[in-house]
Design a protein around this ligand. Structure first.
Ligand code: NDP
Length: 290
């Protein structure tokens, strides 16, 4: 029987744990605060921002909302980020991507204090992950680790293959699996024989951005398959990078789309917000961090 990994249930559990932690901080007179900046009115971004604010409300995190017009300049946005970096009452800063084309995304993300970078995109946090230091970890790959652990799937000693090497999913995913003592291979668009590589995996994480690309012939019998992809198919139905119907009968466990990795991303963002207090208490000066 294939185990269906329930991201909805696991993310709800995590949010309930965070709610308790946030309440405990409040009892000690500390309110957690996340600043969310959106530039323009991209419809998908509006949905993501709304969901993030809803999650904050549920957990008891104060959210500050900055909805800036699409014509906002890079200098204006950098100035707001600078202000929020300096505010002691703001623990996390999130700039919703994508940004309009007149703004250099990298410059803005790098301007966020690494101590408030709850998305985990700042080079200092990425570097901290690389060398095993404390810091914020990119939310989606951190969510995958939680899904595996909370489903009773051990990573240590397993052959792990990650398909995709993006900075926000594939690369941090491979580092996290390595941190959990997996034996990790990263495959990408130049991998010579992808099927040969993916068929070695005990744990296969797919973040390729191609609807239903991974079919049963890419998967070893009994593997655990984690599908990070999210797409709308020709019938406007949500689907992942994995062809769920053909792959699931061959797996020991699999994440569905929707209801697998998706709900974990916001839960892990909230976890980063709650943990930001601890990081900020440990490293008061950005120069020491992490
Ligand atoms: P990117 O497009 O940035 O990266 C895709 C990666 O897949 C690249 O490294 C690319 O290789 C590799 N790739 C592309 N085609 C092939 C191929 N034919 N064979 C092997 N490798 C290939 O995507 P992201 O990492 O940002 O996202 C991946 C998926 O995850 C998307 O579907 C996205 O929507 C989803 N996603 C879901 C989230 C969630 O919360 N559930 C959050 C973030 C993303 P190369 O580097 O060589 O070009």
């Amino acid at each position: 029987m294939t185990q269906i990994i329930d991201g909805k249930k696991i993310s709800a559990e995590i949010k309930d744990e965070l709610k308790e932690q946030a309440a405990a901080y409040r009892d000690r007179g500390k309110e957690i605060c996340l600043a969310v900046i959106q530039v323009g009115d991209d419809p998908a971004s509006c949905v993501y921002v709304r969901n993030k604010k809803k999650a904050c409300e549920y957990i008891g995190i104060r959210s500050l909302s900055y909805e800036l017009p699409g014509e906002t300049t890079e200098a204006e946005l950098l100035s707001l980020v600078g202000e929020l970096n300096a505010r002691a009452d703001v623990n996390g800063i999130l700039v919703q991507l994508p940004l309009p084309e007149q703004i250099n995304e990298e410059k803005v993300l790098n301007a966020i204090s690494p101590l408030k970078d709850v998305d985990g995109f700042h080079p200092m946090n990425v570097g901290a992950l690389c060398i095993g230091k404390k810091g914020f970890v990119s939310c989606t790959p951190a969510g995958v680790i939680q899904l595996l652990k909370r489903s009773g799937i051990s990573i240590s000693g397993k052959e792990c293959v990650v398909v995709g090497r993006s900075n926000i999913v594939g690369k941090p995913m491979s580092l996290l699996l390595l941190r959990e003592n997996g034996t990790v291979t990263v495959a990408h668009s130049r991998t010579a024989d992808l099927k040969e590589v993916t068929r070695r995996a005990d744990i296969l994480v797919v973040a390729v951005g191609k609807p239903r690309m991974i079919t049963a012939d890419y998967v070893k019998e009994g593997a655990v398959v984690v599908d990070v992809g999210i797409h709308r198919d020709e019938n406007n139905k949500l689907c992942g990078d994995v062809d769920y119907a053909s792959v699931s009968p061959h797996c020991s466990a699999i994440t569905p789309v929707p209801g697998g990795v998706g709900p974990m991303t916001i839960a892990m963002l909230m976890k980063n917000c709650v943990e930001s207090i601890l990081l900020q208490e440990t490293y008061t000066d950005e120069a020491d961090c992490p």
